[in-house]
Ligand binder design. Structure first.
Ligand code: IPM
Ligand code: MG
Length: 400
């Protein structure tokens, strides 16, 4: 065999990956408890501005967050802490997706608000480092990527529970170039990994009185891993008899999301990592684009909240960063507030965002100089927040 050496090398590489994954399975099985945010004093919110438009839109979201949390910050109950060192230049200087000092600083926080981070890819000007997003989700074990999409006038009210630590992503930087002509990547699904995301989706449905959960796979083709995900979903579903369960293949689900009659029926959608990545961009488009969507990355110990779009380097190159829409980071902040139990502050901020971004739209961003700046939009949100009749105003709009 002419390729004996290449195959032997591949085998030992594969063996090492399997050992790591089996250890991860053991850690998941050992489990840990959910952190109780009400017991933390101060509760530390780490803020990562990110790359490209990231620092611009993060700054505007932080202005609003500081306003709604003014009392708690003054009382020392909450601390907002800047975490530098995750911009692409610093990552490249350290030649690490998540430089150690930054990871340690992140671990001292309880929750994180994060702007978009540049993900290097083969062929661009950066060394091909792993995505810092993917690395952070894995290192902090943020297994649930929760992405709501709402378009009330179209009857859309979806919440995606995307598995966030496995699938094609977990070994995405550990594929094998066996020979110059043979490239192999790996997809990993584990029983505890699938179970915890499916369970979280069902728990959400149960707590919120939602009567349907849909799983998405491609188990007809990707039989072993997607097969396990689907089988796990079916097993967990039996423990929630009051909730209807159905499953879809990812291709037809991508189509059904544009089917105006059928799509209203979907409510909670649970799916492996890559399908979740793709369908949530598609779904966000109905809501006004990825710029409008926030996303929560939830683990038992840490949680991170972010925009679902990228860092838009072109906007920065063309001098348009100040016109970038901060709504995604503000939506992410709402999810953060709700997650740490600051529900009334979250509701207020969400009402203001609905009014400013969806209903009234007195300040409109276009991403260019013919529209408003992110700072002007934040001013509008801050002014709206000062209205004592905020909630009733938002409700009356929602009824229209
Ligand atoms: C997302 C992004 C990331 C992902 C990228 C930046 C690695 O697209 O959060 O959806 O693929 O998960
Ligand atoms: Mg994505």
């Amino acid at each position: 065999m002419i390729h004996t050496e290449a195959i032997e090398k591949a085998k030992s590489h594969f063996a090492r990956l399997l050992e790591e994954q089996l250890l991860r399975v053991e850690r998941m099985k050992a489990g840990e408890d959910w952190v109780d945010y009400s017991k933390l004093a101060p509760l530390i919110i780490g803020v990562v501005g990110g790359d490209g438009i990231g620092p611009y839109i993060t700054e505007q979201a932080v202005r609003v967050l500081k306003y709604v949390l003014a009392d708690e910050i003054a009382a020392g109950k909450i601390e907002l802490r800047d975490i530098p060192g995750l911009d692409i230049e610093s990552r490249v200087a350290a030649m690490k997706a998540l430089p150690e000092g930054v990871l340690a600083a992140l671990k001292e926080c309880h929750v994180i608000l994060k702007g978009p981070l540049t993900t290097p890819k083969k062929g661009d000007k950066w060394p091909n480092l792993e995505s810092a997003n993917v690395s952070m989700r894995r290192e902090l074990d943020l297994f649930a990527n929760v992405r709501p999409v709402k378009v009330p006038e179209k009857g859309i009210d979806w919440i995606f529970y995307r598995e966030n630590t496995e699938g094609e992503y977990v070994l995405g930087s550990n594929g094998l170039l066996v020979t110059e002509d043979l490239a192999v990547d790996f997809k990993v699904i584990t029983s505890p990994g699938a179970e915890r995301i499916v369970r979280l989706a069902f728990e959400y449905a149960r707590k919120n009185g939602i009567k349907r959960v849909s799983a998405v796979t491609k188990a007809n083709v990707i039989k072993t891993t997607d097969g396990k995900f689907l089988e796990t979903a079916k097993r967990v579903a039996k423990q929630y008899p009051e909730i209807a369960f159905d499953d879809w293949f990812v291709d037809i689900m991508a189509a059904k999301l544009v089917d105006e009659k059928r799509r209203k029926e979907f409510r909670v959608i649970v799916l492996p990592n890559l399908y979740g990545d793709i369908l949530t961009d598609e779904a966000a488009e109905f809501q006004g684009g990825v710029g409008t969507a926030g996303s929560a990355n939830i683990g038992k110990r840490y949680a991170m909240f972010e925009a679902i779009h990228g860092s838009a380097p072109r906007m920065v190159d063309e001098g348009r960063a100040i016109y970038a829409d901060p709504a995604s980071m503000m939506r992410a902040s709402v999810m953060l507030l709700r997650h740490i139990g600051y529900v009334s502050q979250a509701t207020k901020m969400e009402s203001a965002l609905d009014i400013c971004g969806q209903f009234e739209r007195k300040v409109v961003l276009t991403g260019r100089s013919d529209g408003a700046t992110g700072a002007q939009f934040a001013d509008y949100v801050l002014k709206t927040l000062q209205d004592p009749n905020l909630e009733s105003r938002a409700k009356s709009y929602a009824k229209l």
